[in-house]
Design a protein around this ligand. Structure first.
Ligand code: ARG
Length: 561
């Protein structure tokens, strides 16, 4: 229901578009919605009070509006809570009422997570993964077809080093037993030895060259270590609730380099500088993009050029999005410009969704395995905490292990999404478990409260005799919730257009807080059947709303906790 339009439509004052002037009132005694008359007053050269009076006199009343008051240049509208509540709750009683088909037949490719498989996933990967996944779900909510692309880093000398290390100090047996742990050990050891033995660098390059040539001795080893590293990362994506459609990464797209270089050459985009092939981007205030190094090898941007051209052929996307750290901004500017200069119109559909730094408080979960905290360690720590939190609770519906999993996932994913995408943030992991702060467990808990009220109501057959709803008991908190439900689709839209799920997180938190306030002051199942039915209707729709919203921010709801 478009309440602002309903209000605007009852005003018959000049030809002014009031819908966009209406704001939510700042406090309950100022009504539900207000029109500040100051800009109009300026325009009409009259006092705001007089304008307010004139507008008020032009209003043709309808039964959505209970009364209109003028206070200090504001026109305040008090709405008919019963009528609006009843209509809004009817409109949003289905989950599907929050979704739409505007993206039908449109394809959105999202490139996210995309870790380098030669290294452990670190805490930064949590951010790309969850922002990407949340955006994927938001697009799906609008009816788009989404392709989740995990453009893995599976190309380059690091893989030569891992294989070199394996040959020197390890064994296939060891890798089979210890998995990625073993590979990482070889890699670190190889790097260390390299410091005193620079010949090892050449050696690793040699191995990598053999990988590229699909040498029958080396290539199967490469495939083996990739499968181990991939399986390890997949475990993490599983824990977070993320599943990719496409794992083709840098090595796959690198095979297109020769034809892409030829194409760029034919379009006269390449120049030679100190033996390297570059695209001069100085007219666009960008540093030159190196396409081929003097030894003929490709670079990160080169492979991205190949990838997007191939993806356009393969998916015929309407949108191609990249979710990465803000530090990669130059790469994507260069990439988009080169695609444009090469004459591909789809450069307009490419978008870089950059995000700010994400880290743990100093000293928390020491990075025994690298500069940044490793994601498996963080996940282990979070899982243990989740287990502590639910210890001693008994469950009738949920399996305790499932609760631990869902709480872990919720804490990790919410920690990423709650902050504005572009801002740096620190993950205060210990505070993230409090039941009384702005936390994921607090939201999950609110949901279980809704679920438990509904269970209690359903057990109580006495109230299911009539289906009459009486909204007269709805107070300002109940109505606040109704208004949140009514604008929920707008919030989904805003989060999507801004590419920022934090907008949705904030609103979901507000809904939970308001509900708890309402719940503490209201007896939901009271002696009156029709009044109870109306409150239960609100709770049902709220539960729907939260479950839609939670899913969009990558949180699974829980029936009990
Ligand atoms: N592998 C890169 C990293 O870990 C991210 C890749 C992003 N995607 C892309 N098409 N460049 O930083």
């Amino acid at each position: 229901m478009n309440i602002k339009k309903i209000i605007a439509d009852c005003i018959h004052y000049k030809n002014i578009d009031f819908e966009n002037m209406i704001i939510e009132s700042i406090s309950q005694d100022k009504g539900d919605y207000s029109i500040p008359c100051f800009p109009l007053a300026k325009q009409e050269k009259k006092s705001p009070m007089i304008i307010a009076e004139e507008i008020k006199n032009s209003i043709i009343p309808n039964d959505y509006i209970k009364k209109v008051e003028i206070v200090g240049g504001y026109l305040n509208f008090f709405l008919n809570i019963e009528k609006i509540s009843s209509e809004v709750l009817k409109e949003y009683s289905q989950k599907s009422s929050f979704s739409s088909q505007e993206g039908k037949n449109k394809i959105v490719c999202i490139d996210y997570a995309s870790p380098n498989l030669a290294k452990y996933l670190h805490i930064g990967h949590l951010k790309t993964t969850i922002i990407g996944e949340s955006l994927a779900r938001l697009f799906e909510q609008k009816g788009y077809t989404v392709k989740r692309l995990n453009y893995v880093g599976d190309y380059g000398t690091p893989f030569g080093k891992i294989i070199g290390g394996l040959q020197k100090w390890g064994s296939i047996e060891d890798v089979k037993q210890r998995g990625n742990e073993a590979l990482q050990e070889y890699y670190v050891k190889f790097n260390k030895e390299e410091e005193s033995n620079p010949e090892l660098t050449q050696y690793a390059r040699g191995i990598f060259k053999k990988i590229e040539e699909k040498d029958p001795e080396v290539y199967p080893l490469y495939e083996f270590i990739i499968s181990i590293a991939r399986a390890d990362s997949e475990k993490m994506f599983d824990l977070l609730g993320v599943k990719f459609d496409d794992w083709r990464g840098e090595s796959y797209y690198n095979t297109f380099v020769p034809e892409i270089v030829k194409m760029l050459n034919e379009k006269h985009l390449l120049t030679t500088s100190e033996g390297a092939k570059i695209v001069d981007l100085s007219p666009y205030d960008l540093t030159p993009a190196v396409i081929l190094k003097s030894d003929g090898t490709s670079l990160y941007t080169t492979r991205d050029i190949c990838a997007v051209i191939e993806r356009k052929k393969y998916y015929n996307f309407d949108k191609m999005m990249y979710v990465t750290d803000i530090a990669q901004i130059l790469n994507f500017k260069q990439l988009f410009k080169i695609i444009e200069l090469a004459g591909f119109d789809f450069y307009k559909d490419m978008e870089h969704v950059a995000y700010g730094r994400f880290s743990l408080p100093e000293g928390k979960i020491s990075s025994r395995r690298g500069k940044q905290a490793v994601l498996v360690d963080l996940a282990e720590y979070t899982t243990n905490k989740a287990r502590e939190v639910i210890e001693g609770r008994t469950f009738n519906i949920e399996k305790p292990e499932n609760v631990v999993k869902k709480v872990t996932r919720a804490v990790l994913n919410f920690s990423v999404l709650k902050t504005e995408r572009i801002k740096d943030s620190v993950f205060e992991i210990d505070k993230a478990f409090a039941f009384d702060g702005e936390t994921a467990p607090y939201m999950l808990y609110t949901y279980t409260r809704l679920a438990s009220i509904l269970r209690k109501y359903e057990q109580n057959n006495a109230f299911q005799v009539s289906k009459n709803l009486d909204f007269s008991s709805f107070d300002e908190n109940a109505f606040e919730l109704v208004k949140y439900i009514n604008t929920f689709v707008d919030i989904i839209d805003l989060a999507l257009t801004k590419r920022d799920p934090s907008i949705l997180c904030k609103r979901l938190m507000d809904i939970c807080k308001t509900f708890n306030k309402y719940y503490n002051a209201t007896k939901i199942i009271d002696g009156d059947e029709n009044s109870t039915n109306a409150k239960i209707e609100l709770i049902k729709v709220l539960k729907n709303t939260l479950s839609v919203g939670f899913n969009l921010i990558c949180i699974d709801s829980l029936e009990e906790m």
